[in-house]
Design a protein around this ligand. Structure first.
Ligand code: IPD
Ligand code: CA
Ligand code: CA
Length: 263
């Protein structure tokens, strides 16, 4: 497989899609809801997924696509080459803020992440990595992450897990929030993975993410030495929803050991 050629191709597709998204603000954006009233999708999410799929099917007919909006293949196994795509990660931000959303793409071979991309569309900032070749922020190589203690760490976490809930013991999470330097919640899992990879935050955790939210970011994060697992410390499921944590080494095990008690 010529990964260098696929990398160039994917980057140009992403840039073209970004251009379409930025221009969409001059068109009407139709907003629908999916699983619940706060789970938003727009005609632009759908158009962008269809744009990727039509190109991939034309130029790489043997590859499969697993896309959030369901226009891709019915992927039941990770065999072969699979493009895991979230056309807009952070749709609520896209609709409400017109910023803080990303295109998230991972290209996997037999379940192994080979290429990863997170494109911050409004800032024209591309985080990307090829397995074994390091990770980049635009053309700048990202340094390996160093160990940071919890007391000096900024943690990406949604405030709802600090209140009593049915999925996780909130006491240990509240304890983590007290002990860390600060918390952030950006509303785009892909951007939070990009921020961990580039050292802007030190860890990010979530109780339910889908393969397309994390596939691209995991390739980037692993190239800078971050650890990405589910909240049980195992490889996240790339065929279904799962819990998720990505963090600097050291911090990952400290959070899992002392602050995560799933119900
Ligand atoms: C969502 C965002 C959000 C995360 C949700 C995802 P979407 O993706 O990544 O940060 O908390 O779980 O579903 O719906 O905007 O593509
Ligand atoms: Ca998403
Ligand atoms: Ca999405």
């Amino acid at each position: 497989m010529n990964w260098g050629m696929i990398d160039k191709y994917a980057k140009s597709l992403i840039k073209e899609a970004g251009h379409i998204i930025r221009n969409s603000f001059f068109r009407t954006i139709d907003v629908d809801t999916k699983a619940d009233a706060n789970d938003l999708v727009t005609n632009i999410d759908r158009d962008i997924e269809r744009f990727f799929i039509s190109r991939i099917q034309r130029d790489f007919p043997e590859h499969k696509v697993l896309g959030e909006e369901g226009f891709g293949d019915d992927v039941q196994s990770l065999d072969g080459v699979i493009w895991l795509l979230d056309p807009i990660d952070g749709t609520m931000n896209f609709v409400h803020q017109k910023r803080n959303f990303a295109i998230s793409l991972g290209i996997y071979l037999d379940g192994i992440g080979m290429l990863g991309y997170i494109y911050d569309v409004m800032n024209d900032e591309l985080y990307h990595a090829e397995k074994g070749e390091g990770a980049y922020f635009n053309d700048e190589k990202l340094p390996m992450l160093e160990i940071t203690p919890l007391s000096e760490a900024i943690i990406g976490v949604n405030a709802s897990w600090v209140a009593p809930n049915r999925r996780i013991e909130n006491g240990p999470i509240a304890d983590m929030v007290h002990k860390c330097r600060g918390t952030r919640s950006y509303g785009s899992a892909a951007m939070e993975l990009a921020y961990v990879s580039s050292g802007r935050i030190d860890a990010y955790l979530s109780l339910r993410l889908s393969p397309w939210d994390i596939a691209g970011g995991m390739v980037i994060a692993e190239e800078v030495g971050a650890i990405a697992t589910n909240l049980e410390g195992e490889k996240p499921d790339l065929l279904g929803q799962d819990t998720f944590i990505v963090a600097r080494p050291g911090l990952h095990s400290e959070i899992l050991r002392n602050h995560i008690k799933l119900k």
